[in-house]
Design a protein around this ligand. Structure first.
Ligand code: MCN
Ligand code: CUN
Length: 786
């Protein structure tokens, strides 16, 4: 391997640092994308699922006669039939089991009870509505506190040895050191807060077309999957199919955001039905199916305590989480960590000690626990610490920005190991936050705020500074269901100098077809437009763990650099042969190999590619191709400083965003335009959660939030304008210095908005308003403070 090459390229090559237009957009914008629901196979049947209307009930009987009698219905599948094939239950990504179709009980509203297969999707849906289930109602448990009380009914009574509703307890950090620090503290500040259940709500819902060949047993499964290779292996394990006969094709995806990581019951039923009926089967969720039954995010009840010394320096953190897991424990998260990476909760601060405890509880709600647009629960952690830190500043009478600057990890402390065991690779938090403060005019704003208050106007300045941990592996620590979290890339350069790059990850909108080509363009000098990126087809791409947790760039992006460098090494040998020079004298820059000292003696990467098939030096294999599997030595730790300015109307509780300044540091930006798009997306989601978005349940466990009338997705109309800033501290271990960014803005921004509203009311003693910050909540907070 050679040293890091010169990666700068002119715009026509379009390597790292150029805002190259997204190569995938033309086909998507012109309606030429291939989305799952566009796919029609000959003889294909359509599947609809009958879901439980109630949250908790015993099934006495299921009457499918009326549904079966409908013309066009080919089959009705119940749990009993699935049980006959040993498929009534399936393993989850967290080592629990989940009902595929309910046999004994239903455990949440919207649970899958039966499926209808018909010649037309509307016939299937209508017939599914005719299925009659005889339920014996049971009391619904709708919150984790209630669920862990002694008299709560046991939801998972089918699980051997399960006598209560506790899923897990987990802890991290040093309890004794933390207790000692608290005992010696000058001041203890605490906060209890709830990060409500929300839903990734991608524009495209989840779906499958399963096509099992009854003769060969070959299963071709088109799936809205963020992780096609992992899904192939899990399919093989769940269904007992030989893995070489499973091909998962994940076509264009209309947004994933974590929702398309788990395996859902509908996938299993559709595949089983295709196998049994010998025809292709399509199932795609309705909007309500999606919102009511598939992987939700958040739902963490959190309590945090900070111990401070008399100068306002942080001494220790205690954090305590109660997670509402729903009826099945199916979080998508590394198996070593029961509450995901929540223990990153010490955030951007230099904590001498910390102790984190987490409990999960079963409830009569949909399962899921996907880390919706965050790296395994980091959003929740970041929210807690940022709310707590801001409150601590008010409690000791220090400015919240000053408090942060006092307690930040300093630049000279990196690499920095947190008391819960993360080693942050790099950072300069002080510079980042000061830059954001300068941009917003922090000191003047505080003066304006004071004057406004005298006039009876409530202005609030909210800050959040977050540190994310993204890019899992390293494989020694991170695995999902035992599958180690490395990733891969395979690169072939054709004789004419054009290339095909195949990835283990799978874009759902993040622009990999552009950014990953840019990495090759920088490394080898092949123009971006000459590189085709292939992904999402397990027969044609190297193994990988998929796209989530902002891991694609840190893992598969690194593998793309590594494989390019392998090819560059071989290309240098070929160039030396063509130029009749020593290999050691060959320099490569922007696709031109030249002889050191005589730059006019040169060949291009295209010349070299042609020679690889036509004029190879003795002793070298033909071709110019290779693959790399990259296992990162550590996560990457992007961070950001966000400042929100709001004005709150004290009469109505309505708040309006005046400024939103977002500084992100994700190391080297491959494509600045795409990075900004990712940040815009995350900031919008953060705004949604802080202002309007949550899924609630009534006392009977009815889901409120099963449609876009009740579950609000912000449009451009209500979304504030974002002012973006950046700093760039490259990741020291990533081959091109990039850190993941795909979800940073979602992680950092909610606390900034909520802190801003609280800041407007802080002088009244208001210290907490839960998300979403609805006007009546603001109003209640003002009322109770007065
Ligand atoms: N990038 C870059 N320079 C960097 C870092 C990233 O140019 N220093 C580019 C990447 O090359 C990639 C994009 O930004 O094209 C995001 O990269 P990365 O941070 O590696 O994250 P992933 O590609 O792994 O994407 C996952 C992340 C997650 S977890 C969610 S959730 C989310 C998100 O991406 N879901 C999305 N952004 C989304 N954007 C769209 N349009 N749709 C989704 O479903
Ligand atoms: Cu965290 S949701 Mo994204 O990891 O697919």
């Amino acid at each position: 391997m050679t040293a890091t090459p010169d990666l700068s390229t002119p715009p026509e090559i379009g390597g790292i640092g150029h805002s190259v237009l997204r190569q995938e957009d033309d086909r998507l914008i012109e309606g030429q994308g291939d989305f799952l629901d566009d796919l029609v196979l000959p003889g294909m049947l359509h599947m609809a699922i009958h879901r439980s209307p109630v949250a908790h009930a015993r099934i006495r009987g299921i009457d499918t006669d009326a549904a079966s009698a409908v013309e066009g219905v080919v089959a009705v599948v119940t749990g009993e039939l699935m049980a006959a094939h040993n498929l009534a239950w399936m393993p989850t990504l967290s080592g629990d089991t989940q009902a595929v179709l309910a046999t004994d009980k239903v455990r949440y509203q919207g649970q899958e009870v039966a499926a209808v297969l018909a010649t037309d999707p509307y016939i299937a849906a209508d017939a599914a509505g005719l299925i009659e289930v005889d339920y014996e109602m049971l009391p619904a448990v709708t919150g984790p506190q209630q669920s862990l009380s002694a008299d709560a009914p046991v939801i998972r009574d089918e699980k051997e040895g399960q006598t209560d509703n506790l899923v897990y307890t987990w802890s991290s950090g040093d309890q004794a050191a933390t207790d000692a620090a608290f005992a010696g503290a000058a001041k203890v500040v605490s906060l209890e807060t709830f990060y409500p259940r929300s839903h990734p709500a991608p524009l495209e819902t989840c779906g499958i077309v399963a096509d099992v060949n009854s003769v060969t047993g070959q299963a071709t499964v088109y799936l809205t999957s963020q992780a096609p290779h992992a899904h192939r292996t899990l399919f093989a394990l769940v269904a007992g199919l030989p893995e070489q006969k499973i091909r998962i094709i994940s076509p264009d995806i209309g947004g994933g955001f974590g929702n398309k990581v788990p395996i859902y019951p509908g996938y299993v039923v559709a595949t089983a039905a295709s196998l049994l009926l010998g025809t292709p089967v399509k199932w795609i969720e309705s909007r309500s199916d999606n919102l009511i039954s598939t992987g939700f995010g958040r739902d963490y009840h959190m309590r945090g305590e900070l111990a401070l010394d008399s100068d306002g320096r942080i001494l220790a953190l205690r954090a305590d989480v109660l997670s509402d897991q729903g009826a099945f424990y199916s979080d998508a998260q590394p198996s070593n960590f029961r509450a995901g990476l929540f223990h990153v909760v010490t955030g951007s601060y230099d904590f001498p000690a910390a102790h984190v405890t987490c409990k999960g509880a079963f409830t009569n709600k949909a399962p899921g626990g996907v880390a919706y647009r965050c790296s395994f629960r980091i959003t929740e952690a970041s929210y807690l610490i940022e709310r707590l830190v801001q409150n601590a500043a008010y409690e000791i009478g220090m400015d919240p920005a000053e408090f942060r600057l006092l307690n930040f990890i300093r630049e000279d402390q990196f690499p920095y190991t947190t008391p819960t065991g993360f080693t942050y690779d790099s950072g300069d938090y002080h510079t980042a936050m000061r830059k954001a403060m300068d941009e917003v005019g922090y000191q003047e704003l505080r003066a304006t705020q004071a004057t406004a208050r005298e006039e009876g106007r409530l202005i609030g300045i909210g800050i959040a500074h977050f540190t994310e941990a993204v890019g899992a592996g390293p494989s020694r620590t991170y695995d999902i269901a035992g599958l180690k979290m490395f990733d891969s890339a395979e690169l072939r350069v054709h004789p004419t100098g054009k290339a095909i790059l195949k990835l283990g990850v799978k874009t759902q909108g993040q622009g990999h077809e552009t950014t990953f080509a840019q990495i090759v363009a920088s490394e080898l000098g092949i123009p971006v437009t000459d590189i085709k990126v292939v992904h999402g087809d397990t027969d044609n791409t190297p193994y990988g763990l998929g796209t989530y947790a902002s891991r694609s760039t840190p893992t598969s992006g690194a593998a793309t650099s590594m494989v390019s460098r392998k090819l560059a090494d071989k290309a240098r040998k070929i160039a030396a042969h063509l130029l009749e020079a020593a290999e050691a004298d060959i320099d490569l820059a922007a696709g031109v190999f030249s002889v050191r000292g005589t730059p006019d003696r040169s060949v291009t990467i295209q010349d070299v590619a042609f020679a690889a098939y036509t004029n190879m030096p003795e002793g070298l294999e033909h071709g110019l191709e290779g693959s790399s599997y990259y296992d990162p030595p550590n996560l990457t730790f992007p961070y950001g400083s966000y400042i929100v300015v709001v004005e709150v109307d004290a009469e109505t509780g309505v708040w309006k965003v005046d400024r939103m300044v977002a500084l992100d540091d994700c190391g080297v930006r491959i494509n600045p335009m795409i990075v900004e798009g990712q940040i815009h997306g995350g900031l919008t989601e953060g705004f949604a959660k802080s202002s309007m978005q949550w899924i609630t349940f009534d006392d009977d466990g009815n889901c409120i939030g099963s449609n876009f009338m009740d579950y609000l997705v912000p449009t451009a109309w209500e979304t504030p304008r974002f002012e973006l800033l950046e700093t760039c501290v490259p990741s020291p271990h990533h081959p091109i210095g990039a850190k993941g960014v795909g979800e940073s803005a979602t992680v950092g921004s909610p606390a900034a908005y909520v802190n801003a509203v609280i800041d407007a009311l802080a002088h009244l003693g208001v210290r907490n308003i839960d998300m979403p910050v609805l006007p009546d909540r603001v109003w209640d907070a003002i009322e109770s403070a007065l």
